[in-house]
Write a protein that binds this ligand. Structure first.
Ligand SMILES: Cc1cc2nc3c(=O)[nH]c(=O)nc-3n(C[C@H](O)[C@H](O)[C@H](O)COP(=O)(O)O)c2cc1C
Length: 337
């Protein structure tokens, strides 16, 4: 099957995103190291920071976290903010612009009670007037394009993804990313991509779909069937960091790369070592424990690998467990683990 007719880029204001397959923002995951690791494999057109509370963007607060740090090779990059006070988020947006972000994204999708409790994230779906004020204040404060990431609605009785899209476009938002679950769904059930297609019909800005894309064929099928401007991949990138590259290969008519045990082992070890060097032992250990949960999905014996990495007291032990897990497969080059 040929995919050559499918669009391969979209624009966020003046910024061209090519290819139109992008990394989703994920708290605790999409830090600079993860983003660079994904970009190094190829096929990813845009990366995003983790969601950052607008209240923690001041230089003093920034000294305590590294969520806004990025390197030039990560460009174009989106920095995502959460908040619900228009002045506070607008001020934070100015600082994000000064730091050099290419795109500023407003989070109206996070379902976590810690976030919605403060009126941030998906709580804004319950008050579109408030969301509009916030969007307008942010857009007035910065020159860089502003985008919106959101869910289909608070629950099935208050689906407002079309109203939100129309309001956001009229307020000056340059692209939308829709995770078409409701807040009430959290991560259960399936993302209903027909909603992405519906949003495409009511606005003329790009509409990126987010949710449940785990496979290259499936990604391109969604571009086609739901007419999405782009595809955003979150958990699929933790499970299979080669997914972006595989999509690019499939689009060119090539057979997608099948990572072998040696590739998987090398990926995990390289990622762990990079983290040890850049963010230290404790954080590296926590993050490899987090990644292994998703990365292991579908691997025979993955539960054992997960368990042993989770039990590891330091990253040397974690690395040894990873190498020991893959070792028996190393000699059989064609066996895909
Ligand atoms: C661990 C984790 C952290 C997430 N953090 C964020 C975030 O910081 N900002 C955001 O807009 N969405 C966040 N999401 C939602 C994802 O960006 C994405 O919309 C959702 O997971 C559905 O896509 P997927 O099935 O490809 O993962 C997060 C999801 C996960 C699993």
């Amino acid at each position: 099957m040929s995919y050559e007719h499918l669009p391969n880029e979209y624009h966020v204001g003046h910024i061209r995103i090519r290819p139109n397959i992008v990394l989703a923002p994920m708290v605790g995951v999409t830090d600079s190291i993860f983003r660079r690791t994904i970009l190094s494999l190829g096929g990813c057109g845009l990366v995003s920071s983790e969601m950052t509370n607008a209240a923690s963007v001041s230089p003093k607060a920034r000294a305590r976290h590294n969520q806004l740090e990025f390197l030039p090779e990560e460009r174009p990059i989106t920095i995502q903010l959460s908040g619900n006070d228009p002045d506070l988020v607008a001020n934070a947006a100015k600082q994000v612009e000064q730091i050099g972000a290419d795109i500023l994204d407003i989070n109206c999708g996070c379902p976590s009670p810690k976030v919605t409790g403060g009126g941030h994230g998906s709580a804004l779906l319950k008050d579109l007037c408030k969301m509009e004020q916030l969007i307008k204040a942010v857009i007035a404060a910065v020159q860089i394009p502003v985008t919106l990431k959101y869910r289909a609605g608070w629950d099935d009785n208050s689906l407002n993804y079309l109203d939100t899209a129309r309001m956001a476009e009229a307020a000056g938002i340059k692209a939308l990313a829709l995770h078409p679950r409701t807040r009430a769904q959290l991560y259960t059930g399936l993302a209903d991509w027909s909603r992405v297609a519906e949003v495409r019909q009511v606005v003329s800005i790009p509409v990126i779909g987010s949710g449940d894309v785990k496979d290259a064929h499936e990604a391109l099928r969604r571009l086609e069937v739901y007419n999405a401007s782009g595809i955003m991949i979150g958990r699929g990138a933790m499970e299979n960091p080669w997914l972006f590259m595989q999509i690019a290969q499939l689009r060119r008519g090539e057979t997608p790369f099948v990572p072998q045990p040696a590739d998987k082992c090398e990926f995990l070890v390289r990622y762990l070592e990079l983290m040890r060097t850049e963010i230290g032992e404790r954080m590296a250990l926590n993050k490899i424990k987090q990644l292994i949960g998703q990365f292991g999905v579908g691997l025979p014996g993955a539960a054992k690998l997960r368990e042993s990495v989770h039990r590891s007291e330091n990253s040397d032990i974690a690395r040894a467990h990873i190498e020991a897990f893959f070792e028996p497969y190393m000699t059989t080059a064609s066996a895909a683990v």
